[in-house]
Design a protein around this ligand. Structure first.
Ligand code: ATP
Ligand code: MG
Ligand code: FE
Length: 337
């Protein structure tokens, strides 16, 4: 089964051809980081316009790289939400148009389901049950994946997502956007014990809260203005350690509580070097297998949408064609029925 997948939920225009769920024939990503960097965040209207410009060339490039034409494509998958409304609309319109013109079935995919399945691409042995830890620019979620399409959301952030916390911290420190990768890099040369940021564990709940640590950083910087590069590195290392330890502690507590022997990470923040190391080390100690996608599949990409779409159609069959699918939003991560 060959799926052409399209992802346009935020600031990456991406298309991918994926065979049988995990065999990625092409993964084309056109990033808009340069367009949004000067605003320290994604500007929705600019994102929509960039997607309109890029969508056709990106789809054409993904087919060319795979060596495929529409004759070899069995279905078209696209991200139906959550994300920026205008950005999603560009991908959904492209998918529906192609499905209509070439008479292909359509598979709408929840963006978080894409992040949830991204670990499958490089780990053919991964199977439910497992704990999915989604840590991205807009979400921080702990999800028990009982089976394909059968989820139990344990907790989520009550305020800022982990990626958002990194992005805002970077802005306060005068660093560039997106903040996660910059803080990660600077942290490698800093002392994680230089400043102590409280670990927000929220006892008795599987939820997260990262806005307090962001305010703590703001207050700290007011009292201790930036002195030099080394000082910035130390703050980055301390901030990264607080977020990484919180995520790791709660994830393993959840895995142990629910008797899960596997944890799979997904979302842009899972490319963080300390988070990867902590999860792998703690996993080894606790005999819990940890799956982390390579960086390419952590941040937004269409391959993960193609992968999720494959498993979705295996359970549900094809439910839609371009005429049947009137609404493009499946905004909630709900169990497949
Ligand atoms: P969502 O998936 O919740 O809709 P999104 O799609 O914008 O949000 P992703 O593309 O999955 O999010 O991830 C982007 C986020 O990942 C940004 O906040 C970015 O700072 C963060 N990020 C990327 N690399 C790293 C890193 N090495 N360390 C920490 N954070 C990182
Ligand atoms: Mg992005
Ligand atoms: Fe994402």
């Amino acid at each position: 089964m060959n799926i052409l997948a399209i992802e346009t939920s935020c600031d990456e225009t991406s298309a991918s051809v994926v065979s049988n769920g995990t065999d990625v024939k092409s993964a084309i990503i056109s990033s808009q980081i340069a367009v949004h960097a000067k605003f320290f965040g994604v500007v929705p209207e600019l994102a929509s316009r960039e997607h309109i410009k890029n969508i056709n060339p990106v789809i054409a490039a993904s087919l060319k790289k795979a060596g495929f034409s529409f004759d070899n494509i069995d279905a078209i998958a696209f991200t139906s939400g959550p994300g920026l409304a205008g950005a999603l609309l560009v991908g959904a319109t492209a998918a529906k148009t192609l499905a209509s013109v070439y008479s292909k079935p359509l598979i709408p995919v929840n963006h978080l389901e894409g992040h949830l399945y991204s670990s499958f691409i490089e780990n053919k042995s991964l199977r439910p049950p497992f704990l999915s830890v989604i840590i991205s620019g807009g979400h921080t979620e702990l999800i028990v994946v009982q089976d394909f399409g059968k989820y139990k959301i344990l907790g989520a952030t009550r305020d800022d997502a982990a990626g958002e916390a990194f992005d805002k911290a970077a802005k306060m420190l005068g660093l560039s956007y997106p903040g996660g990768p910059v803080i990660d890099k600077r942290a490698a040369d800093g002392n994680p014990e230089a400043v102590h940021f409280t670990r927000p564990y929220l006892k008795g709940s599987w939820d997260f809260s990262f806005s307090g640590i962001k305010t703590a950083l703001l207050n700290y910087l007011k009292q201790n203005p930036v002195k030099n590069e080394r000082y910035i590195n130390d703050i980055c290392a301390s901030f990264r350690a607080a977020i990484a330890e919180t995520l790791c502690f709660k994830s393993f507590e959840a895995a142990k509580t629910f008797g899960l022997k596997r944890i799979a990470l997904g979302g842009g923040v899972s490319s963080n070097a300390l988070i990867r190391k902590l999860f792998l080390d703690v996993g080894k100690k606790n005999k819990i297998e940890v799956f982390i996608p390579s960086s390419l599949y952590c941040t937004d990409n269409a391959a993960m949408i193609g992968c999720a779409a494959y498993f979705k159609q295996r359970v549900l069959g094809f439910k839609y064609n371009a005429q049947q699918l009137k609404s493009s939003s499946s905004l909630q991560l709900t169990n497949w029925k």
